[in-house]
Design a protein around this ligand. Structure first.
Ligand code: MTE
Ligand code: CO
Length: 423
C-alpha cells in the first residue's frame, strides 16, 4: 500500500474528526475523556512515521519485548540442584490450548543434553524376533501420525497437599504443557522388530546420564504411544528431548522418555535404577500405590489468578481456564464463584480433544465483591474432579504425586487474588 506523506496528512485530519465525533462510543474506554481526544487515536505515532524492521531482521523470531515476562520460572528452594530440577509453564499468561515450546516447563533428572540427529540411535532389543538399531533418517521413513497431548508431571500440585502454599497458578499447576506432536506410532517400530509372545513390557530409556528408564505395559505401547520428533510444527527443542522423545498420552510425565535411545521388550517390568520407589503414592496406612500412570481429570482457572489480578474494576470479567483428563475428553467444566456452594457451566472454547488441554471460558459481570473462584472438570468417563479434602480422605497427607484437587482463588474487592483453601 502506498503511504505518501500527503495521504498521511489527510488521513490524520479524517481521524481527528471521527475521533472527536466517536469519543464515548466505547463504554468505560480510556479514550473518551473530558480532557479531549486521545492522542493515540488522533496523532501520528512514531511507529507510523518511519520504517519498521526489514523482513530478515529476525530469521527465527522471539516474542516481542513487551511479553518478556511470559517465561518459565522455577522455585529455587524446591530442589537441591538446577540440573535435577523442574520449572513451570506460565499458564497464567497463555491462552488457547497449545503451549509454545519456548516456555513449556522442563523436568530433567540430570540436565538437558545436546544430541544431534547424526549421533542419534534408537535400539529395540529384548524379546523381539529381530533386534534393530534405527538412525534418525530411518525413523523419517516410517508412516507418521499427528496427535495433541498434555504432558503433566506427576508432581504437579504436589506442594499443595498439606494446604495452599505457592502464589500463582504457574507454580501450583504449571508442571504441564500441551503440544501437537508428529512422529511414528511406537506400534509400527515394535512390529518391525516383531514382539515375541512372551513380551509384555517395553522398557524405554533415554540417552542422558539419568536415563529415566521406565517400563510401559505392552498394551499401552501398542495403543497410542508415539516416538515423536516434531512438536508444534517444528523440531523438538533440546529441553524436550531433541531429536526424539516418547509421547505417552494421558500418562504422567515421567513416562515420556526424552532423548529416547532404547526400547527393551521384556516379560516383566524392569525396575529402573533409582526411580523405582519414587513415583509411588504413599497411603495413610503406610502402603504405597504404584503404577498410577494415568493423570485424572483436573482443571484450573488461569485468569484471574494470583499473577493476574483484576485491574479493570467491576463490570465484564472474562474467567479463563484449562481442563484436562488422562482418561479421555473433557465434557464439562463447572465454575463456582462462592467456594463450591453454587456452580455454573463454563463454555468449552475450541476443540475438546481427548488427553489434551481444553480451554474453558465463563463471562460474568463482576459486582466488585469478593469471590472464591473454583473450577471442576468432568470427563467422558463421568469422573468429577474431587476437592482436596476428598482426596485427602482417601490418600492422606503423605503424598507428593497425583494431586488433582480443586483449586480455590480468593478474589478480593480490590481485584488482588490469593491462593487459599475453603473448608
Ligand atoms: N526423560 C529423560 N531422558 N530424562 C528425564 O529427566 N524427565 C521426565 C520425562 N522424561 C526425564 C525424561 C519427567 S519426570 C517429566 S515430568 C517429563 O520428562 C517432562 O518433560 P519436559 O521436560 O519436556 O517438560
Ligand atoms: Co515429572
Amino acid at each position: 500500500m502506498s503511504d505518501e506523506p500527503i495521504a498521511r496528512t489527510s488521513r490524520r485530519d479524517f481521524l481527528r474528526s471521527t475521533a472527536l465525533a466517536g469519543a464515548g462510543l466505547v463504554a468505560g474506554s480510556a479514550t473518551a475523556g473530558a480532557s479531549g481526544p486521545d492522542p493515540k487515536i488522533v496523532e501520528v505515532q512514531d511507529w507510523a512515521s518511519s520504517f519498521g524492521d526489514p523482513v530478515d531482521a529476525t530469521p527465527y523470531g522471539m516474542p516481542i519485548r513487551f511479553e518478556s515476562h511470559v517465561v518459565r520460572r522455577n522455585v529455587e528452594w524446591l530442589t537441591e540442584s538446577p540440573v535435577s530440577s523442574i520449572n513451570f509453564t506460565p499458564i497464567h499468561a497463555l491462552e488457547g490450548t497449545i503451549t509454545p515450546q519456548g516456555c513449556a516447563f522442563e523436568r530433567h533428572h540430570s540436565g538437558a543434553i545436546e544430541l544431534s540427529k547424526a549421533d542419534y540411535r534408537l535400539m529395540i532389543n529384548g524379546l523381539v524376533d529381530t533386534p534393530l538399531v534405527f538412525t534418525f533418517e530411518d525413523l523419517l521413513r516410517f508412516p507418521r501420525s499427528v496427535t495433541t497431548a498434555f504432558c503433566e508431571c506427576a508432581a504437579n500440585g504436589g506442594m499443595e497437599w498439606a494446604g495452599a502454599q505457592l502464589e500463582g497458578c504457574q507454580y501450583t499447576q504449571g508442571m504441564i504443557h500441551n503440544m501437537e506432536y508428529t512422529g511414528v506410532p511406537l506400534r509400527l517400530l515394535l512390529e518391525e522388530a516383531g514382539v515375541k509372545p512372551e513380551g509384555k513390557w517395553v522398557y524405554a530409556e533415554g540417552a542422558d546420564a539419568s536415563s529415566n528408564g521406565r517400563s510401559l505395559p505392552l498394551d499401552k505401547a501398542l495403543d497410542d504411544v508415539m516416538v515423536a520428533f516434531f512438536a508444534n510444527g517444528e523440531a523438538l527443542r533440546k529441553e524436550h528431548g531433541y531429536p526424539v522423545r516418547l509421547v505417552v498420552p494421558g500418562w504422567e510425565g515421567n513416562m515420556w522418555v526424552k532423548w529416547l535411545r532404547r526400547l527393551g521388550v521384556y516379560d516383566q517390568a524392569v525396575e529402573s535404577r533409582e526411580e523405582t520407589s519414587k513415583y509411588t503414592d504413599l497411603m495413610p496406612d503406610g502402603r504405597a500405590r504404584k503404577w498410577t500412570w494415568v493423570m485424572d481429570a483436573k482443571s484450573v482457572i488461569t485468569s484471574p489468578s494470583p499473577q493476574v489480578p483484576i485491574r479493570h474494576g467491576k463490570g465484564p470479567l472474562v474467567i479463563s481456564g484449562l481442563a484436562w483428563s488422562g482418561n479421555g475428553r473433557i465434557t464439562r467444566v463447572d465454575v463456582s464463584l462462592d467456594g463450591g456452594v453454587n456452580w455454573q457451566s463454563a463454555r468449552l472454547s475450541g476443540l475438546a480433544l481427548p488427553k489434551a488441554l481444553t480451554r474453558f471460558h465463563l463471562d460474568i459481570d463482576w459486582n466488585g465483591e469478593e469471590l472464591l473462584l473454583q473450577s471442576r472438570a468432568v470427563d467422558e468417563t463421568g469422573y468429577v474432579q474431587p476437592t482436596k479434602d476428598q482426596l485427602r480422605e482417601i490418600r492422606g497427607l503423605n503424598n507428593v504425586y497425583h494431586n488433582n484437587g480443586i483449586q480455590t482463588w480468593w478474589v478480593k474487592a480490590d481485584g488482588e487474588v490469593e491462593n487459599v483453601e475453603v473448608a
